[in-house]
Design a protein around this ligand. Structure first.
Ligand code: FAD
Length: 460
């Protein structure tokens, strides 16, 4: 199957779509977008102030976007930490990292409290290096994460790595306990139901065309509210005036048929850690609850004019490339069938830094730009948005979260087309060439080309 939103919905079923907005409406808070960010924001706001009238406006159905399509790495990575360390000082960035570590626990806690069965397995995150250059980067990464307070992170050599998982050519790996595997669609569906139980109103099939001061405009009516929160991440470019705010970056995935016991014996992976590598165009994977491998990476990185995909449809060449990654890592799976391929978009700001903001003069807030690390980050962003709204409404004071360095961060917009398209295509062409070179040369140094590309792209 190709597209169909994602494998996760083929596995768990598409939800019944809720009623669209029926006309103009007044509310206390209007939330645009029913992914993790919007739904977690509704959840925390409604729990904090049960009398609030909160409306979620979702263009298709809750979980239609990345929240129902991702790789299910619930982990403590956050985009922009190094830059925030430079702009706000190291101590502020350490606070941000600590908050992220706690966020993994928070999502697991609330899922249990709300009875959301999202196949959560807390096996941590294992990142493997498959070339000498990746190994050098991995050790640097390991040292940096340890210096940011992860005293429980462990570094393994080739033998210890193979005891956990048999990835061909693995030279070593780094493991952190701050991560878990989740079934993305079960999590987002369960969250939408939990939010509704609290009394939040969700309107689906209701695309917002414009977010203005204290109003969200849709073809079916306008919602007026003192606070309008834009939680549209990779789709933000589709809103009026936001075309160059966050770039919709594609990520594509494949899921195999369930592996046989013999195939699992050849792979190992008993710990069900989420799995990644250190390539410039990196891969990410999970062992699903029903015994498949779901693996993702960058296919076509970006579509001209910030277009998004058609319900997850994925090009044959991307499926082939992801299959090659799978078989390169696990040669014993050369004959395995791919059951499903799909894609989705995530939001990338010009400086690759996630952020949260509430503009007090307009009541418009937003959170996102998670650059592929949004499963946990969306929860921290939502709790932060909640505290910012309460602070502004005089219903709460400053909190640890309102003082985090990503609050209020603004960045310049992306270049107009065709520069945007050429730049991103060029960036990933360089990354792929650098990965090929590192694999063939077996040298220990990271490709200079990739380092220059990082700097030009604003990632450094
Ligand atoms: C293939 C893929 C794999 C990923 N893997 C991981 C991973 O393993 N771990 C990780 O941490 N992160 C991962 N990510 C990123 C992560 O999934 C996202 O950062 C996160 O889900 C973002 O949540 P969100 O609610 O902000 O956005 P979304 O889930 O994209 O939700 C936005 C919602 O807004 C709706 N919407 C958009 N425009 C409008 C509009 N105009 N009006 C009304 N509604 C609108 C959309 O329909 C959508 O439901 C992955 C992303 C992709 C695409």
């Amino acid at each position: 199957m190709n597209g169909g939103i994602s494998f996760w919905y083929a596995d768990d079923g598409l939800p019944a779509v809720r009623e669209p907005l029926g006309g103009d409406l007044s509310a206390d808070v209007a939330i645009v977008g029913g992914g993790y960010t919007g739904l977690w924001t509704a959840y925390y706001l409604k729990r904090a102030v049960p009398s609030l009238r909160i409306v979620v406006l979702e263009g298709r159905f809750c979980g239609y976007g990345a929240s129902g399509r991702n790789g299910g790495w619930l982990y403590n990575g956050i985009a922009g930490r190094e830059r925030y360390a430079r702009s706000h000082g190291r101590e502020a960035a350490v606070r941000l990292q600590r908050a992220m570590n706690g966020t993994v626990d928070e999502v697991i806690r609330v899922a249990a409290a709300e009875g959301i069965d999202a196949d959560i397995h807390r096996g941590g995150v294992l990142e493997v290096a498959c070339t000498p250059a990746q190994w050098a980067r991995l050790r640097e990464f390991h040292a940096a994460e340890s210096a940011f307070g992860e005293k429980d992170r462990e570094l393994y050599g080739a033998r210890e790595t193979a005891e956990r998982i048999r990835v061909a050519d693995a030279v070593g790996s780094s493991w952190t306990p701050h991560g878990a595997r989740v079934h993305p669609a079960k999590l987002v569906k369960g969250l939408a139901a939990a939010v509704e139980r609290l009394g939040v109103v969700i309107h689906e099939s209701t695309p917002v065309t414009e977010v203005r001061a204290r109003r969200a405009v849709t073809p079916y009516g306008t919602v007026r509210a003192p606070y309008v929160l834009r939680c549209t991440e990779g789709f933000t470019a589709g809103l009026k005036g936001q075309r160059r705010t966050w770039l919709p970056m594609n990520s594509s995935m494949i899921a195999t048929e369930p592996l046989t016991a013999q195939q699992w014996a050849s792979v190992g992976w008993a710990g069900r850690e989420t799995l990644g590598d250190m390539a410039h165009a990196y891969m990410y994977a999970q062992r699903t609850a029903d015994g498949r491998i779901a693996l993702g990476g960058r296919g076509v990185p970006y579509r001209f004019g910030s277009r998004t995909d058609d319900d997850g449809g994925t090009r044959a060449e991307t499926v082939r490339a992801l299959r090659e990654v799978l078989v390169r890592m696990f040669p014993s799976l050369a004959g395995v069938r791919i059951a499903h391929a799909w894609s989705g978009v995530l939001g990338v700001p010009r400086d690759w830094c996630a952020s949260v903001e509430l503009d007090r003069s307009t009541g418009v807030g937003w959170a996102g730009g998670y650059v592929g690390s949004g499963v946990a980050t969306a929860n921290l962003a939502a709790r932060t948005l909640c505290d910012l709204v309460r602070l502004d409404a005089g219903q709460g004071g400053r909190t640890e979260l309102t003082e985090l360095p990503w609050v209020g961060h603004r960045v310049r917009r992306w270049e107009p087309e065709p520069l945007r398209w050429l730049g991103v295509r060029g960036l990933y062409a360089v990354y792929r060439a650098a990965d090929r070179r590192e694999r063939s040369s077996r040298g220990a140094g990271s490709s200079r080309l990739a380092r220059v590309a990082d700097r030009v792209a604003g990632r450094g």
